[in-house]
Each structure stands twice: as C-alpha cells, then as structure tokens.
Design a protein around this ligand. Structure first.
Ligand SMILES: Nc1ncnc2c1ncn2[C@@H]1O[C@H](COP(=O)(O)OP(=O)(O)OP(=O)(O)O)[C@@H](O)[C@H]1O
Ligand SMILES: [Mg+2]
Length: 474
C-alpha cells in the first residue's frame, strides 16, 4: 500500500504505533496489578485487625454485662473501619445484627454475604464487595465460642482513587508521548528524506550522463555509505565514458586515414594518362591500404568482443615451441623481404594451458612488431622458457628498442611510440595484453637499445612430452 507523504509519514506512523503499543502494554501491566495490591493490602490490614478484635471480644465475654455497642465503636476506631457484630438466629440460622459501629448514611448490610459465608464455613472470609454502588473491603471472622460473626468493612474509595489517578497520569503520558513521537518521527524522517532526495537527484544526473558533480553525503550511516558507493560508481562511469569516447575518436581517426588515402589513389587511378608502371604502383599501395583497413576492422572487432565479454577462450594444452615454429614460418617471407633474420630458439618444448589460436595471434602480433618497428638487419628470436608452474614464449630482437618512458604505455589502446620506425594503429599489443589476461597470463616487455624482449607468460600444463611434437632447431 502506498502511503501519501512518503518516508516522513511512514516513520511518524511507525513511531506512533510503537509508542502507543508500548504504553498500552505498560497500562495493561501496571494498572490491574496496582489495584490488586492496594485491595489486598487493605484486606490484609482488616484481617489483622479482625484477629485482634476477636481476642478482645473473647475477653469481653468474660465480663458480666458486655457492652457490645462500645466494643464495636472502639473496634471501629482501632481498625479504622466499620465493625458489625452478627449473631445467628436460633432455628432459622439467619444472621441477626447485634451491634454496628456505623453511623447513619452507611449502607445497610443486614444480609452481608461475607459475614454469611464466614458463619456457614466457620472460617475467616475476606472479599471485595459492592454496597449501594460503592466498593468495600470486608473481612468476616466467626467468633467460635458464641457462634457469632464479626465483620470489618472498609471503603476502598482511597485505593480506587489512587488507581484512577495513576490511570489519568498514564493516559496523559500516552497522549504526550504520542504527540512527541509523531513530531520527532516526522522531523527525523524529514532529514533522511532530504538526504535520499539528494541521492535520487544525483542518480538522475548520472543517468543523464553528467558525471562532473560529486555525490556528497556527510553521514556515517547506511545512507552515507550508499552515497559513497554512488560516487565510486560515478567515477567509474566517468572513466568508462571517457575511455569509450577516446576509443571512438581514435578508431574513427584510424579508419579515416587509410580511407582518405584510398580515395586519393582511386582518383589518381582514374586518370587516363597514367603510365602502366605508376598505375601498378598505385594499385599496390591501394591494396596495402585495404589490408590495413581489414586488419584494423578485425582488431576493432576483437576489442569490442572482449569489452562485451563475448570472446570465447578455449583451455587446451598448447605446445609453445610448435606455436613459435608455425608463426616463424608464416613470417619467413616478410622477414626476408624486410632484411631481418628470424630464428626459432626452442630446443625444449613447454606446454601451456591456453587457447592455441589466441596464443598464435599474440605471437604474430609480437613477431610482426619486431619485424616492422626495427630497421633492416635486426635479428628476431622466438624462444620458449619454463619456470615454476609457468611457461613463456619470448620474442626478442636486437633493434633500437623502446624508450623507457614509453614502456609502460605501449600496451594501451592506440598507443604508438612517436617517431618510431613504422606506423601501425597501436592496437596489437593492447589486444595481446588483454587476450593473455583472459588465459590467466600476461605480456611483459623489457627493452634497452639492442635488446628488446616481449614475453608471453602463461600457466603451465604438467604433461609428458606428447607424441608427434618434435623439438625445434634454431
Ligand atoms: N619490437 C619493438 N621494437 C620497437 N618498438 C616496438 C616494438 N614492439 C612495439 N613497439 C612500439 O610499440 C608500439 C605499440 O605496438 P602495437 O603493436 O600496439 O601497435 P602497432 O604495431 O603500432 O599497430 P598495430 O599492431 O595495431 O598494427 C608500436 O607503435 C611501436 O612504436
Ligand atoms: Mg603491432
């Protein structure tokens, strides 16, 4: 059920319910018990006095001419209550009043049930009774020697007035507590509602893509923690958003450059006066640009699949020496054409727990880099290493290397070393790094002039040399 007024009214109503309930329970426990105790105390006092009077009565009977009127009057003064002496009518067995300390105005208690019961049961009887609409505490004692009954009756008006006073006070306290709880509940809820309102506005701002304004709440409670979580979310979303924008800007730039170049060459090719040799050269360049575009599109697709978590990674046993050999074979022609020496240096095989196709993709990116970003005459070596629980494929070259200030950034997307030997799109190492991470490994680099090494580190698989896998010669 939706309560109008939100959290303020809900909290105020909840407090109202709790305080009201607590006071009702207190009322139910205190008032009846107080009343019981006060009445019991009065009856107890009357009982004590009645025992004393019974003894006095026995002494009175020893006298010649017992004055019953004086006896009840004195008894009334001592017990501070009305004292009535009953006899039993011979034959009928009914009560007959012999003496009564009562003055006029007191209720007639000719057939008092308490006295009657005491006479019949021949034992002391105590009870709370009602005469003429008013409450009385009564104690009746049978006077054994005579067969008479002595009744002490005292009004309970003082006790009941005390109980009524407590009831009134409790009612007043209840009303006051309820009013205070409503006001307090409303005020406290208003503070929280304001804080929640600020959070809601912040969430709306973030949803609209405005990440600049921090989400602030000074509270040290759950709402404060929620605000802190919101702020962390804001910062993360801001980073993701700027990474996305940067990625789109870089990708469009990378796509535009070969496209412009393609458009230019196509226009030149349309020139009918072009001689055959130039035409062939232009077609070769155009083909190169198309290849670059295709590679770029594949890289971008790979990255977007990785970002979306839609890339499938197998976990098989992969022989790294075999991968080194296959990749080296693929690049032999390119290495020859660019004047590089390409060697495979993997006497022992090392088995990784990884995805063979992805390991090859990473190796190709590393060997491709070593051949394209180093001058002719550079030697590139593919090696395999085994360490405790890990295996590695190392691509090393003796080219000019990567300046130290660029080393930790070459794995970033679209990052290229300015003034490098060749220009690519700067995605190869970023993809290699992320793919390695998804296989439980990593790609690291160490570089100084004349010695650059990229290492693909992977979890090892403990397995004996399989048949058919031959160690590769350098
Ligand atoms: N073996 C190397 N020697 C010198 N510089 C290297 C070497 N490998 C990589 N680099 C530098 O690191 C940069 C990033 O490499 P990365 O493979 O990510 O991009 P790229 O080769 O420029 O482009 P892409 O691989 O996307 O076609 C390169 O531009 C290059 O400057
Ligand atoms: Mg590259």
């Amino acid at each position: 059920m939706r309560i109008p007024g939100g959290i303020r009214v809900k909290l105020a109503l909840a407090l109202l319910g709790i305080v009201g309930g607590a006071l009702l329970v207190a009322y139910a426990i205190v008032v009846p018990s107080l009343e019981r105790r006060l009445v019991a105390a009065k009856l107890g006092q009357l009982e004590g006095d009645s025992a004393t009077l019974a003894v006095d009565y026995a002494a009175l009977q020893a006298q010649n001419n017992p004055q019953l009127g004086d006896f009840v009057d004195q008894g009334s003064l001592v017990a501070n209550s009305r004292v009535v002496l009953f006899g039993i009518a011979p034959g009928t067995g009914e009560l007959v009043k012999l003496a009564d300390s009562s003055t006029t105005g007191s209720p007639e208690i000719q057939l008092d049930p308490v006295a009657l019961q005491a006479a019949r049961s021949v034992s002391t009887v105590r009870a709370r009774v009602r005469h003429d609409g008013r409450e009385y505490a009564e104690v009746a004692v049978p006077l054994l020697a005579e067969g008479n009954v002595l009744l002490l009756s005292s009004s309970l008006s003082d006790q009941l007035a005390t109980v009524a006073l407590v009831k009134r006070r409790l009612a007043f306290a209840t009303v006051a507590a309820l009013v205070i709880s409503v006001v307090l509940g409303f005020a406290v809820a208003a503070v929280h509602a304001r804080r929640l309102g600020r959070l809601q506005r912040a969430a709306d701002r973030i949803a609209e893509g405005a990440f600049d304004e921090p989400v602030v709440d000074d509270g040290n409670d759950e709402v404060g923690q929620l605000a802190a979580s919101f702020d962390r979310m804001r910062i993360q979303l801001a980073q993701l958003d700027s990474a996305r924008k940067e990625f789109v800007a870089n990708a469009s730039h990378e796509l535009r450059t070969p496209l412009f170049s393609l458009a230019g060459f196509l226009e030149l090719l349309a020139d009918e006066d072009l001689d055959e040799a130039t035409r062939r050269e232009f077609i070769a360049t155009t083909r190169g640009q198309v290849e670059r575009l295709t590679r770029l599109a594949t890289d971008l697709l790979d990255l977007s699949r990785m970002d979306a978590g839609r890339i499938r990674i197998e976990h098989d046993e992969v022989g790294l020496a075999e991968v080194a050999r296959v990749v080296a074979e693929d690049f032999t022609a390119l290495a020859d054409a660019s004047g590089h020496t390409l060697l495979v240096d993997a006497d022992e095989d090392a088995w990784a727990f990884a995805d063979e196709e992805r390991v090859q993709q990473i190796a190709r990116a590393l060997v491709g880099n070593a051949l394209t970003h180093t001058p002719a005459g550079t030697t590139v070596r593919l090696g395999v290493e085994r360490r405790a629980g890990r295996v590695a494929l190392v691509v090393a070259d003796d080219g000019p290397g990567i300046p130290v200030e660029h080393l930790d950034r070459v794995f970033q997307r679209f990052y290229r070393v300015e003034g490098g030997h060749a220009s690519g799109s700067g995605l190869g190492l970023a993809i290699a790094h992320e793919l390695a991470g998804r296989m439980g490994g990593c790609v690291t680099v160490s570089s100084r002039p004349g010695a650059t090494a990229f290492t693909l580190d992977l979890p090892a698989v403990s397995q004996p040399e399989p048949q058919g896998a031959t160690p590769l010669a350098a």
